[in-house]
Design a protein around this ligand. Structure first.
Ligand code: 8OZ
Length: 367
């Protein structure tokens, strides 16, 4: 390690509104599909998050705000009393280690399947546009189905589900919430014109397509101080068959509106989610940060060198790491020391037990 790395404020505390983070390294939200019966967080999940509590901030795996918001097996919820109780064990254990943790609030929209929905219901979306792709149900990978377009009079209920989930997150002891508006799920489906073909006040113009995200944000702000609320966007990612004909003005407007609401942080997936940072799209990512008054959290494909460079040039306030946190519970210490990193095992990313989940070694235990 050279002394200039050591001096980087990447490893120094950061004040996220009223929340003091031990460093500027964030654990990105990571779906791991290990929730228990009733989509309740388990003691094993508490162990997993606690092992990673030296992150400046943990953002939990995406957690459905309602049964309708679910699209994968064994993802945790944040709507039932048992789920709140399970999460309470997670937050208490993380806090006991001095960590900070926010929950990511999720509704998958059309990225689901009747087999994952209550009563075999058809997944919902802004419009009845079939996603190209498959979904994992209890019986393996199956093609997705054409979703049902939400009726105008159903939208207040969805916003109410977000508000209640935000209230539940408080009860569960979280330090805040992140609204998942990325990766082609419900809120992203409303934002983009490939999936939003509505002709009512939630479709058409940019203002109309941004309306649901902004109303959800306002509802969450009824439950939380503004510095404890973040939003995740992925303007360049084609995840889950999402696209927009003109994303630059769309995301410019969205970020402006979010900034006006004074939310604490904006979390941007800078490229193809889980894939390359460089997409070849002319979209100017660098325009987003100056539009946002709060904390800018950057994610996707960051290495130690890229993170140090981001701080040296102040292109981001905080840096989120995903896969590296799966394989390295003590990632912060490893980055600080410039120590070797464990390799993540992709075969244990989703589902299963402690193997590939809580059994990655720390520096000390690996000798
Ligand atoms: C990978 C597998 C399942 C879900 C996302 C919540 O992309 C996810 C997710 C990722 O945001």
């Amino acid at each position: 390690m050279n002394s200039s790395d050591d001096a980087s404020d990447l490893f120094q505390p950061y004040q996220l509104g009223s929340l003091t983070l031990a460093n500027r390294i964030v654990m990105a939200p990571l779906t791991r599909s290990r929730a228990g019966v009733g989509d309740v967080p388990t003691p094993l999940m508490a162990t997993y998050y606690t092992q990673r509590a030296s992150a400046g901030l943990i953002i939990t795996e995406a957690s459905q705000i309602s049964p309708q918001g679910k699209g994968y097996i064994q993802t945790p919820g944040i709507y039932s009393p048992a789920q709140i109780g399970g999460w309470k064990q997670v937050t208490e254990a993380v806090h006991a280690q001095g960590g900070k943790i926010v929950i990511q609030l999720w509704h998958v929209g059309r990225i689901s399947h009747p087999e994952l929905q209550e009563g075999g219901a058809r997944p919902v979306a802004p419009s009845a546009v079939l996603p190209v792709g498959q979904v994992f149900t209890g019986r393996g990978m199956v093609d997705m189905v054409t979703p049902r377009a939400l009726e105008l009079n159903e939208i207040p209920g969805i916003i109410a589900d977000y508000r209640q989930a935000a209230i539940n997150a408080r009860e569960a002891g979280f330090d805040g919430v992140e609204i998942h508006a990325a990766n082609g799920y419900l809120l992203d489906q409303f934002l983009r014109d490939k999936t939003n073909r509505r002709t009512d006040r939630y479709g058409g113009s940019i203002d109309n397509r941004a309306r649901l995200l902004l109303e959800v944000t306002d509802a969450v702000l009824e439950a939380w101080e503004k510095d404890r609320v973040g939003v995740r966007l992925s303007p360049l990612s084609p995840s889950n068959d999402i696209d927009d004909s003109d994303p630059q003005p769309l995301f410019t407007q969205v970020v402006r509106e979010l900034s006006q609401r004074g939310i604490g942080f904006l979390h941007v997936v800078e490229g193809v989610t889980g894939g390359p940072r460089d997409t070849g799209h002319p979209f100017q990512l660098a325009t987003l940060r100056p539009l946002f008054a709060g904390t800018y959290l950057a994610n996707n494909g960051y290495t130690r060198d890229l993170a140090l460079a981001a701080r040296a040039t102040d292109s981001a306030d905080l840096i989120a790491f995903g896969k590296l946190f799966i394989a390295n519970p003590d990632l912060v210490e490893r980055l600080r020391r410039n120590a070797p990193l464990n390799e993540p095992d992709q075969t244990t990313f989703y589902g299963g037990d402690e193997h590939g989940y809580t059994d990655y070694p720390c520096l000390d235990s690996s000798g």
